[in-house]
Design a protein around this ligand. Structure first.
Ligand SMILES: Cc1cc2nc3c(=O)[nH]c(=O)nc-3n(C[C@H](O)[C@H](O)[C@H](O)COP(=O)(O)O)c2cc1C
Length: 191
């Protein structure tokens, strides 16, 4: 699958074939793609917990307020941030911003790699961090930031809509100020 097709094909999958496993070689390929994600100062303030046990998948689903599709996926990767690693170089900006941006980039790499392999996944951000940490026995230095169930999709969800490019884009025009393209997000040109 080429890059543009991966972008087009990626969508959140919440229905997994509980009978079909994801082989360890595929998980390995995903993880190798994930660590190629960019990070501020190449700090790589992340840790990935690969979960296969039914019990832990159930506990993660519970921590995610009953998003039970997490338990149906044969593999779940929990993306954790390591704020101290970012702090050691960037102080509070590392803790509050970079470690979260870096782990978000890593999470998107998971989704793209999963798609390229013909699998499905969903980025789950709504969960009780304490409950997820407890389920995984995480060290206090790690913050779980995304739960990503991965498996073979049983259905192809509808393509989700997007706000128009016109609404979300502004083309800056150098010394002529801002050329608006539908919103006021960057303010009026000052001429
Ligand atoms: C930060 C973040 C948190 C999300 N949390 C959840 C979640 O808890 N549960 C869920 O089912 N989907 C979650 N999603 C997936 C979004 O609902 C989904 O990406 C969005 O609706 C667009 O659909 P698509 O991924 O199919 O393009 C999350 C996505 C992001 C980026």
């Amino acid at each position: 699958m080429d890059f543009w097709q991966v972008i087009e094909e990626r969508h959140s999958v919440r229905d997994f074939d509980a009978e079909r496993d994801v082989p360890p070689e595929m998980v390995q390929r995903i993880l190798e793609a994930v660590v190629r994600a960019p990070s501020a100062g190449n700090c790589q303030p992340w840790h990935f917990v690969v979960v296969r046990s039914e019990q832990t998948r159930g506990l993660l689903a519970e921590a995610a307020y009953g998003q039970w599709f997490i338990a149906d996926a044969p593999v779940v990767i929990v993306v954790c941030a390591d704020p101290a690693r970012s702090a050691s170089r960037y102080g509070s900006r590392g803790v509050q911003l970079y470690c979260l941006q870096d782990t978000a980039a890593a999470t998107e790499h998971i989704l793209l790699a999963v798609t390229a392999l013909g699998l499905g996944a969903c980025w789950v951000g709504a969960f009780d961090e304490k409950a997820a940490s407890k389920a995984l026995g995480l060290s206090a230095s790690l913050r779980p930031v995304a739960i990503v169930p991965i498996g073979h999709p049983t259905a192809h969800p509808h393509r989700t809509s997007r706000r128009s490019l016109q609404e979300v884009t502004t083309f800056e025009a150098g010394n002529q100020g801002i050329r608006k393209s539908g919103n006021q997000a960057m303010g009026e040109p000052d001429h």
